[in-house]
Ligand binder design. Sequence first.
Ligand code: NAP
Length: 255
Amino acid sequence: MAHPLFSLDGKLALVTGAARGLGLAMATSLARAGALVLLNGRDEARLKPGLEALRAEGLAAAPLVFDVADEAALERAFAALEREHGRLDILVSNVGLRNRRPIDQLSRADMREMLEVNLTAPFALAKRAAALMLPRRRGRLIMVTSIAGPLSRSGDAAYTASKGGLAALTRSLAAEYGPHGITANAIAPGFFATETNAARVADPKIRSFIEQRVPLRRWGEPHEIGGAAVFLASDEASYVNGHVLTVDGGVSASF
Ligand SMILES: NC(=O)c1ccc[n+]([C@@H]2O[C@H](COP(=O)([O-])OP(=O)(O)OC[C@H]3O[C@@H](n4cnc5c(N)ncnc54)[C@H](OP(=O)(O)O)[C@@H]3O)[C@@H](O)[C@H]2O)c1
């Protein structure tokens, strides 16, 4: 059970990209804090193991299958959510695409795709979620950005631009929805040992880079992102608005 200070009892949360990785980790933490969590992904079968793991713990979770970049599918999913629940308390917009390529190998189409998934879709999700929150004058919008955004490296321009834009969008959401009782914040993860990063975690050269570059000398474990999501979603974060909470073992604090 969550500490009563951070209880999410009675809250309804939607986490996008929750079949695995950081999305599933945040969904698990939100559910452990008491929320009913809707797990989103593009494929119901891929959502099943995560859902079963949550339910095996006695936690409340259900699937909400749609592609965040598909405007019509997003609208259908939110219409279904509204019909069934009539409200939404917490949105965690977690889906993020990556395309590691040097700029001269990055086409305009690549850039458009990146911005569509990493910036336009979170904008549409936040707007749709806020429409459900506005009548109740309360809600939590949580965007997942990255330390790539304020920081950059060669060969990652599209991702960095999209995540920097998402942090700026978070501030705009905070400014615009704050007067209506809705907060908007972001979580900026550093290097996490998720399934997508499995090959990188196993690579000895990258291990040695992580051991030198990260003050905590290791990759983050996915569950270590969960507390940030619970805090930002909780009533205890009632005056935190427009903040990007970095969870990176100290990478962006050091050089
Ligand atoms: N991992 C890290 O170290 C790290 C570091 C910094 C920032 N981040 C950010 O954290 C977020 C999560 O990263 P991750 O590594 O945990 O993610 P991931 O493993 O690459 O993917 C997470 C989930 O997103 C779903 N997904 C992908 N595209 C989707 C779409 N268009 N619509 C709906 N669902 C979609 C996938 O499920 P399906 O394929 O079944 O749909 C998958 O379950 C991303 O925004 C990423 O940029 C991660």
